[in-house]
Write a protein that binds this ligand. Sequence first.
Ligand SMILES: [Zn+2]
Ligand SMILES: [Zn+2]
Length: 659
Amino acid sequence: MRLEDLMSGVQPEDDEPPEPGLPDPMGDEQWAARLAGGSEQEEPGDEAGPGDETDPGDWIGADELAVLTARAREVTAAEARAAVLLGPEVAGLAAAARRGPGLSGPLDEGEYSGPLGALARGGVLDTARPCGGMALLLEEAVSGGYGNASDDEVMGAVCGWHRVIAWATGQMYAGTAEFIGRRPADGGDGAGWSEFTATEIAHSLAESRGAVEIMLGTAQDLAVRLPGTMTALLDGDISDGKARLLVRGTSVLDPAGAREAEERVLGRAGRLTPGGLRAAVTRAVIEIDPEAAARRREYAASKRRVEVRPEESGNSCVAAREVSAEIAAAIDAELSARARELKLHGIGTGTDDRRVLAFLEKFGLAGDLPGAGRGTGNSGGTGNSGGTGTGGGTGTGGGGGGTGGGTGGVAVPAKLTLTATAGTLLGLRDRAGELASHGPVDPELTRRLAAAALRHRAAKVSVIVTDEQGRMTGYGAARPPTRAERERIRRHRRDKPGNPDSTGPPGNGRQVLTLTPVPEAGQVKSGTGYGTWLIEPGHGGQDLIVTIKAVSTDPCDHRLETAAHDPGAELREVTNLRYVTCTGPACRRPASQCDWEHNIPHDKDGRTCLCNGKPACRSDHRMKQAKGWTVEQHPDGRIEWTAPTGRTAITEPHRYPTD
Ligand SMILES: [Zn+2]
Ligand SMILES: [Zn+2]
């Protein structure tokens, strides 16, 4: 955007506004002085005249700048609002105004009137799309120091600079892409760059060649494969880190696939934490080209290794790289299990320390620890599940452990939590599953893990139904059928062979289970997913039965409410499945490791119910109770956090994949 655009919502009061079209360009000396950080205000460029070669349209005129900077100091809340009302194409405001957590909310009129008012939430500089002009205005706005600026205004400056950095980084990548064009690869097919390009740039930047290679790759991908990501970076919607995450994550896809993946995640990329974005990209890649994702996984596995690296502290890091997700989850679970035993013996200073002790114990490096040599036990199965046809049914899994069968024939005791869609388990679709503590896994691995889990007698299976957006609308916990139920199912099958609701027998090798509606007071409406279902694992597991009931808080039927302070097991389970992680905006801690927290405290008449409960980790729980914070739980499940600055950030119920 142009500087004039940014400020066009504010009429200059000066008697002599700068002549449009003929602003004086800033001289080199003035720029140098400005860049050197001189704090004194330059006199508008007297010596640079209209005869200067520079195209006036490409430069910020000194007169213009003087007016603008003066205005930046004077923008009041009301003026900022007026500028906002002029619309995005005039001021470049709207799109950038709602970025990630902590970004601007509505401006409270009259609340801000100081010189830094343009930085208050909703103010011109808080919402402006980044550009060089914005950087100048930000610099001018804060040049007198923050003085008695409000916390909100200071936060507005931080957010503004954050967007300017993203924009500047995008500009740097654009220049780098141009340079690549001038150093084409010797093959001449247009891809890549010639042999010494990275070194040449490394000399100029005093960077390592490796770092420059990454920069070149990112620049080329942003220019060629991911133009939407480049735009988002230039608009300040995403940071450099997130852009690189998109580049790396989509590298396995062909150009069309990369664009599709970009399209699927970009809308949310600004709001997601890096971890959330990584999972979203991985999921998109798996779903766009499952084979490519599996190939990458297998290729990388062929390069597995143990790395020993120095830590910056002077200690060392030992890491097994590119081992399978099952193996990693198994090791993770076993270390945690052993850590819990060590805690009972009063050994170690915390969970992390005990997990390291458990790790060292495997190599005989932990000394004599009590209870050594005992198996850590195999706690059970995997969740997974059913869901249903229409409306995007989704299965999800709740805990339990299970033999993960492991790769290479190693049976590993593990506690895995797996989420899979019904269509994937029925062999009808290829949707990514999700392994807790790991992230999205490809459909083939999802089915393998689900089959292994269902063979385990202690597997715990939860089934949820979702709406089209993937938000939970129904839930049921699976259990073995009673004898009477078995009999009823048997009779029903005899009476009605070829039930149209049945999914048919496993047979194509992709099918992990069958789902059959159980006749029970006519509850199962074809295609709705609610009612009672029989789950038959196709690979030697035991049959399960599940009754799915609607779950909603809008309005809430308070079905799971209890008068007590602590939630019952089912309420806790449903809450965790609804949110999956801590509801703190910058947090991804698994719900199972969080407090079940009353949004309105129990002693202030807050219900112990789904409509007033959410997972919050200790830190976020304490933050909510800290001075200046307010947290609202909306009927649709969204949680709105308002910081002491008045800025808000919203988290929403988990979105499961849908078939
Ligand atoms: Zn309720
Ligand atoms: Zn948290």
